[in-house]
Design a protein around this ligand. Structure first.
Ligand code: ADP
Ligand code: ZN
Length: 743
């Protein structure tokens, strides 16, 4: 820390002999500003990098983190003093480096990234102390008046360790004034204790399950990475049901045994009730959970416990990466291929990639697990940057399901029906055998589009370039992008015709209707994000399926991942072509991954499973690859196509999204940006073009896509480009490095 000379406001400021030497520092507030600001440290206060401090900022009081030495860009006589240091654990070096790294990579302001690392404001307050009461053994009873309640309290405290007031009152039936009186008389002592960590230490003595030879080999390889220490990135590449979780629990245990903290990132943590139970079985404790459904008080306690190192085991969504770990020893990213790891708002980042960066900065191992690894990760394995550990078969007697393809152009469902005769027959057989089935359709609601048969009017969202989706259960039309809702009308708003509105295409609600009509005697249940909205609902669903209170489960992608239902033997994919329609860079890859995951729900127990894909395009290579179970062949073709076009993982992409409420301003800004677009070898700038979602939440949107060869420094290129243009404050320019969404 530099001790620059600064003239504080004293009378002799002009006299060098009287100049006070003050420490100057830079402080980063968690705000999307340019960067850290310089401050003075008042005499008598000492600060270290990483300390949380209170500072004046404009006319407000802000909290920030001491980022390091003053930058010196402002004359020290103009600097303001920090107000003080907060009594919180300082932010670790590695966390600050990580914030800087993420900021540089994503091109988001440092303070915007810091905000993710300081997401719980009141965690910086000292924890509220708790009081316990105990007998004063030295007390001479002498003149103490012993009323019956007093006697009960004294007798109770004589038998127990120090107790909180609530417990004393409940157990003795005495009032609070009794305890107070005893304390005043000196018979009872009040002790102030720091609240215990809400997280128990994991139990490392629970024996590991019998792992198969293949699993043992994989687990040992991963444990070795932990024992060897240092950075490594390993892909745990195992088919669905091969026991990846059981396997990565072993390196988790190894890191915990070293006294380190571990974080496991899951894409749909809020729904992972089944998985959490396995965690409890293996480690005997609840891990510290971190996701958007965790309540405020719990977030605060968790944040503190991660900072003071008492939360050893954290399981969370992507934001868990930004917790203030004191001593992180291992990161696991489960389902690493999942697009849910990409955050699309605010700081736009991919948590899997940031996890690798975090591991690198912390010099620790990271494990990426998947049955369908992303092409990016596979390319890194090929290049030798990541290592690979494989699990080729399902655990125990379970085998991978067989896949059948139904051409819906030949095996036609009835009009306004979606289940083909063959699938219907297979469902009937499954139910007759006492087994369960699942129908997968990645469309919430009743119908994706509502149309007037008289005039052709289509119901569109007023804020977005999107159709309104009918949710018949609520009697509403809803936009799945912005949440706009309207009551489903009886008459067409355009031509006034009554009774002419028709649903087009299927959603899960409509499929439910068909299933109930087709199989009146079976129990059908729909599971989508509309009705399975949290861990409790998910846990209850799992229970119902396990208890066989459900024969047929109809659902969207929330059913694709992780669930293990041993009696589920048939999975029907109602529209296997759905994901291929969008046609973006990763449509085929994503569709392949999703269908493989869905298929992976079938036949996980002793009875073998079947997957039926209904398609109008049986020759499509995604469909063919899934039918053949040939992931490598699919990936090879996919990779070679990407290579031909210089697309990731062979080249780099970035997107600019220009948006605003006034269309002409957005177009004007996009035009000005395009005039100074960079040119060069190995570089291509496309756009500006209206985004496919050219209107989203009331904002007009234009996009640029930048493709560059691997060697090109994308961030500096964009930085230089954008520094040449001034755009009005009403227009937002977002940078998306490595875009996954092209909408
Ligand atoms: P994946 O994540 O690879 O799809 P899981 O880890 O979910 O596979 O394992 C599939 C099922 O097999 C789970 O119910 C799991 O508990 C069980 N399983 C896997 N390995 C073992 C083992 N060695 N001993 C007992 N059960 C196991
Ligand atoms: Zn909308």
């Amino acid at each position: 820390m530099s001790a620059a000379k600064a003239t504080s406001g004293n009378l002799f400021a002009d006299d060098p002999a009287f100049q006070v030497t003050a420490q100057t520092i830079s402080v980063l507030p968690p705000l999307p500003l340019a960067g850290p600001y310089d401050y003075l440290v008042p005499e008598g206060i000492s600060v270290q990098p990483g300390d949380f401090v209170e500072i004046p900022l404009g006319r407000q009081t802000q909290r920030g983190v001491v980022w390091g030495d003053a930058k010196g860009d402002v004359d020290s006589s103009k600097l303001r003093e920090i107000y003080g240091v907060l009594p919180a654990e300082p932010m670790a070096d590695v966390t600050r480096k990580f914030v800087d790294w993420v900021s540089a990579y994503t091109m988001a302001p440092q303070g915007a990234v810091l905000r993710m690392a300081m997401s719980v404001a009141d965690a910086l307050e000292p924890p509220k102390p708790i009081f316990r009461f105990t007998l004063n053994r030295d007390f001479e009873p002498g003149s103490l008046r012993l009323t019956p309640p007093r006697k009960r309290v004294l007798a109770f405290l004589g038998d127990y360790p120090p107790m909180e007031q609530g417990d004393i009152l409940r157990e003795t039936g005495a009032g609070a004034s009794v305890v107070k009186g005893l304390v005043e008389a000196g018979a009872v002592q009040r002790l102030m204790v720091t609240p215990p960590s809400p997280f128990d230490a994991p139990d490392l003595d629970i024996p590991r399950p019998d792992l198969s030879p293949e699993q043992t080999e994989a687990a040992d390889a991963l444990c070795k990475r932990v024992d060897d220490g240092g950075f490594s990135c390993t892909l745990l590449d195992g088919v669905t049901g091969s026991g990846k979780t059981e396997v990565y629990f072993e390196p988790v245990r190894a890191a915990l045994a070293q006294g380190k903290q571990v974080v496991v990132l899951l894409p749909e943590i809020a729904l992972s009730a089944q998985w959490l139970q396995r965690f409890r079985d293996r480690f005997g404790v609840n891990p510290a959970l971190w996701h958007s459904e965790v309540g405020q008080a719990r977030r605060r306690d968790t944040w503190r416990a991660v900072a003071d190192g008492t939360a050893k085991l954290v399981v969370g969504a992507r934001s868990a990466l930004f917790l203030p770990y004191q001593d992180l020893g291992l990161i696991v990213v489960d389902e690493e291929h999942e697009h849910a790891f990409k955050q699309e708002d605010g700081v736009i980042y991919h948590a899997r990639d940031m996890a690798v960066a975090r591991a690198h900065l912390g010099n620790i191992p990271v494990v990426l697990a998947s049955a369908t690894p992303s092409l990016e990760t596979l390319a890194n394995v090929e290049a030798g940057r990541y290592q690979r550990v494989e699990l080729g078969s399902r655990h125990g007697v379970a085998v991978l399901p067989s896949v059948e393809i139904i051409d819906i152009r030949e095996d036609k469902p009835e009009r306004n029906r979606w289940i083909t005769p063959t699938l219907k027959k297979r469902l009937a057989e499954t139910f007759a055998n006492g087994e369960q089935a699942m129908l997968f359709l990645n469309r919430r609601g009743y119908a994706p589009l509502t149309l007037c048969r008289a005039c052709g009017h289509r119901f569109q969202c007023p804020n977005c370039t999107a159709w309104l989706v009918e949710h018949r259960a609520w009697g509403k039309l809803q936009c799945h992008h912005c949440g706009y809702q309207a009551k489903a009308p009886d008459a067409c708003p355009s031509c006034g015709a009554e009774g002419k509105l028709a649903p087009c295409g299927p959603g899960v609600e409509r499929l439910f209707e068909e299933a109930v009509e087709t199989f009146p005697d079976i129990k059908v249940e729909v599971a989508t994000s509309d009705n399975i909205m949290g861990p409790k609902a998910a846990a209850e669903l799992v229970k119902r399926v396990h208890n066989h209170e459900v024969d047929l489960l109809i659902g969207t992608q929330i059913l694709a991942k992780g669930y293990h239902f041993p009696m589920l033997t048939l999975v029907g994919v109602v529209d296997a072509d759905l994901g291929l329609a969008g046609g973006d860079l990763r449509a085929a890859e994503r569709s392949y991954q999703l269908l493989t995951q869905v298929a992976g729900r079938a036949g996980r127990g002793e009875r073998p499973g079947t997957v039926i894909l209904q398609t109008a395009d049986p020759a499509n290579r995604v469909i063919k690859a899934i039918a053949a179970g040939d992931r490598d062949a699919f990936n090879e073709v996919e990779l070679s196509q990407r290579m031909t076009h210089g697309m990731p993982p062979h080249g780099r992409l970035a997107a600019l999204i220009i948006s605003g409420k006034k269309e002409n301003e957005v177009d004007e800004a996009a035009w000005r940006i395009s005039r100074v677009a960079p040119r060069g070898d190995g570089l291509m700038v496309l756009g500006p073009a209206p985004a496919p979602l050219s209107l989203l939440r009331g904002r007009y949107r234009r996009r640029f896509l930048i493709r560059a060869d691997k060697g090109v420094k994308m961030q500096s290129l964009i930085h230089e480009w954008l520094s040449k243009v001034k755009t009005p404050g009403s227009v937002r320019v977002q940078v998306d490095i490595d875009p996954y969404s092209f909408m």
